[in-house]
Design a protein around this ligand. Structure first.
Ligand code: PLP
Length: 407
């Protein structure tokens, strides 16, 4: 009955399918014999979801009116302010900052594509990327083009970025560029300040009639390392000329462990009021046309946290504890990969690391037979460090080498 409308809709989501098989195997042979490194949420060593107790306490203390009532389309005023603080922390922008509430970072991606590209356009992102970018673009009649994230020395490939931006702007008058940093999904890479300077230089040298939206997907920004240090790229965004609009897709899913509450915000750092006000107007229009208003509950939680300094300190301290645990898993994985001679992509932080390999789909099936469940991507395998213990992170590399060497 359904119309395909140019989309390629699979029978089962790849990740959920693998996760289901991992659960079935664990029931058969026992949890300790199965490593399910597919899940995109931070779990404790026993596989239980980690929820910040300070956030949970705030949730439990809400009055019904704080979650049952509709929120304004663009979010409550208190939430909008709090979202800007959460995203920018101590950085005081020079330009015009505006926030529009969205259901998670996903909503920010969706609204950016709806308003800063045209049907038929291509959106530029890195070759290693979160696969829903493609889905979100396809749903709206756009498609994804890529540039190579890494050069041969495993550094940021500014030259390929320059080339692809140039090529695409020859064909299109508008271009959305999605960069997921810091702590990218799936590689864990973070653009360095020097990478950022190159990006800004390249975008600043494009023709001023071209309209560029630079969408920085910061879904993992608070799981990369020191929260202020990892915001050092923000001032660079404000060096961009007026034809390039920086937008942050800020997700509360990981930062506040509110995955299921669908809370996030899109935040622009606009050069003037006209562009900033237009941003709010068009994004609210798109929200109205898709999910109407975003859930109020997460907005109330975040607003209450930012209204109480002690509570905010508690949240920040608790988050540091779970981040330190995650980064320890990452270092353990890197160490064992080096010991086993397994090439991995440069991991800096965040939930995932990636192993480049040939024919990832069959590699992942062969690993499944050994009780190791990883997500096959176009050019390799994604390991969720977030969902397995440090001990299991240590076990993965040698096993992957063993399976890949058998082929
Ligand atoms: N961007 C990336 C790279 C992600 O991995 C995710 C979630 O997994 C998101 C954005 C959006 O998350 P949410 O919509 O839950 O905020």
């Amino acid at each position: 009955m359904a119309a395909a409308n140019g989309r390629n809709i699979p029978k089962e989501d790849v990740i959920f399918g693998i996760s289901r098989r991992a659960r079935e195997m664990a029931e058969d042979v026992g949890e300790d014999k199965v490593i399910n490194a597919t899940i995109g949420a931070l779990l404790d060593d026993e596989g239980e979801l980690l929820v910040l107790s300070s956030v949970d306490d705030t949730f439990m203390g809400l009055e019904p009116v704080e979650y049952a009532q509709y929120a304004p389309i663009g979010g409550t005023p208190e939430f909008r302010k709090a979202a800007i603080r959460a995203a920018l922390r101590n950085y005081e922008p020079k330009g015009q900052v505006r926030a529009v509430a969205t259901p998670g970072g996903t909503g920010s991606l969706r609204n950016t594509i709806a308003n800063y590209s045209c049907p038929g356009d291509q959106i530029l992102t890195t070759d290693w990327h979160w696969s829903p970018y493609k889905t979100i673009a396809a749903e709206q009649g756009r498609s994804i083009a890529t540039f190579r994230l890494f050069d041969e020395n495993h550094g940021f490939n500014a030259e390929d970025f320059r080339k692809r931006v140039g090529e695409m702007l020859e064909k299109q008058d508008r271009l959305i560029i999605i960069l997921n940093t810091p702590a990218q999904n799936p590689t864990g890479y973070s653009l360095t300040d020097s990478d950022w300077q190159k990006v800004i230089g390249i975008l600043s040298s494009q023709e001023p009639e071209k309209r560029i939206a630079l969408l920085v997907d910061t879904a993992y920004i608070d799981f990369a390392g020191d929260e202020d240090e990892y915001r050092s790229f923000l001032p660079y965004l404000e060096e961009l000329p007026a034809n390039v609009l920086p937008i942050l897709a800020f997700s509360m899913s990981k930062t506040f462990t509110l995955y299921g509450l669908r809370c996030g915000a899109m935040i622009c750092l606009a050069p003037n009021e006209e562009i900033a006000d237009e941003f709010v107007r068009v994004c609210e229009f798109s929200s109205r046309a898709s999910w109407s208003n975003s859930p109020r509950v997460g907005q109330s939680i975040i607003a209450n946290i930012f209204a109480d300094k002690d509570l905010l300190d508690r949240v920040t301290k608790e988050r540091k504890e779970i981040r330190d645990m995650l980064l320890k898993r990452g270092r353990a994985f890197e160490e064992e990969a080096a010991r086993a001679g397994l090439p991995i992509l440069p991991y800096d932080g965040g939930f995932f690391a990636s192993i480049p390999c040939d024919d990832p789909a069959s590699a992942s099936r062969e690993l499944e037979a050994e009780g190791i469940f990883l997500v096959p991507l176009a050019m390799g395998l994604r390991v969720s460090l977030a969902s397995v213990s440090e001990e299991k992170c240590r076990r993965i590399p040698a096993k992957v080498v063993e399976v890949l060497n058998k082929r």
